[in-house]
Design a protein around this ligand. Sequence first.
Ligand code: FMN
Length: 318
Amino acid sequence: MDYKSLPKPFYILAPMDDVTDVVFRRIVTECAEPDLFFTEFVNVDGLQSAGRDRVLNKLRKLASERSTVAQVWGKNPENYYKTAKELVQMGFVGIDINMGCPEKSIVGNGCCSAFILPENRSLASQVIEAVQSAVEGKIPVSVKTRLGFNEVDYSWHEHLLKHNLNMLTVHARTRKEMSKVPADWSKLEPIVKLRNQLSPSTLIVGNGDVTSRKQGFELASKHNIDGVMIGRGIFTDPFVFAKDSPWQDYSKEQKIELLKRHVELFDKTWMPGERNFDMLKKFAKVYINGFDGASDMRVHIMECKSAQELLEHIKTLQ
Ligand SMILES: Cc1cc2nc3c(=O)[nH]c(=O)nc-3n(C[C@H](O)[C@H](O)[C@H](O)COP(=O)(O)O)c2cc1C
């Protein structure tokens, strides 16, 4: 896929660890499909080690998926290189490098948002170059990052824009801000200006606090952004990418049916132990919401110990 053929603005479901697996991507496709999906972030150093099998689950995808980008993180450029070669073979439409995750343990290890720090920028360059040389132009390479580490720092985006990236996603907060303050999309404007000067073909994607397609459209238009990435907005509306979301009018029965579909797909896709069942139950918050008795229903759902038990329980609700 050539990202340049995407509509303006285009919409992306954000990478979310333990959330955007092959099952949830299918649910979102059935509700209202974005232009691009991202996998959960996948550790290249883990993938190229004895623990490979566990990491591979995060890369599971359907042959029919034609718009899924693999997101990777890690430290070793050689492992990025080897992984990128594999991802091309696996049929991902692009590779995105995570240079924004603020998690203390990850940053302490010099990965993700630690790349923003000036002392780590030459390693960041090596990582990008390793992935670009592995893919040999066959699929696009992008980076997802933040406004800065402790404060907004456009020298970081200038550094990135010298690497001929196909796309650059910026979560409109610094690493220090985590997710504690509102995202400020106006701070993306200098990055768009830098892009115009340094790398006109790099698409800029904005991310942070978007809860509807319309709001994303307005933000993109106002700040001259090419694409809109939505993460947690999918939790309050599984149809968030729809032009006219039906979610507000969804009945209790329809919501239970959607949860059932998710659990059935989970059960068919994952063997016991391959995927954390407790994470599946957290989706109950998404679907079982906004009607009388929803909170009691969620309490009972949380007591289930397996997908099978949960499916039996859902039958009693229908
Ligand atoms: C549960 C969860 C898991 C996340 N995992 C990832 C990840 O694997 N890779 C990544 O780049 N960002 C990850 N993020 C950050 C989101 O992609 C996104 O940047 C952030 O949530 C802000 O966007 P939003 O306000 O639309 O949710 C995660 C966020 C959440 C809530």
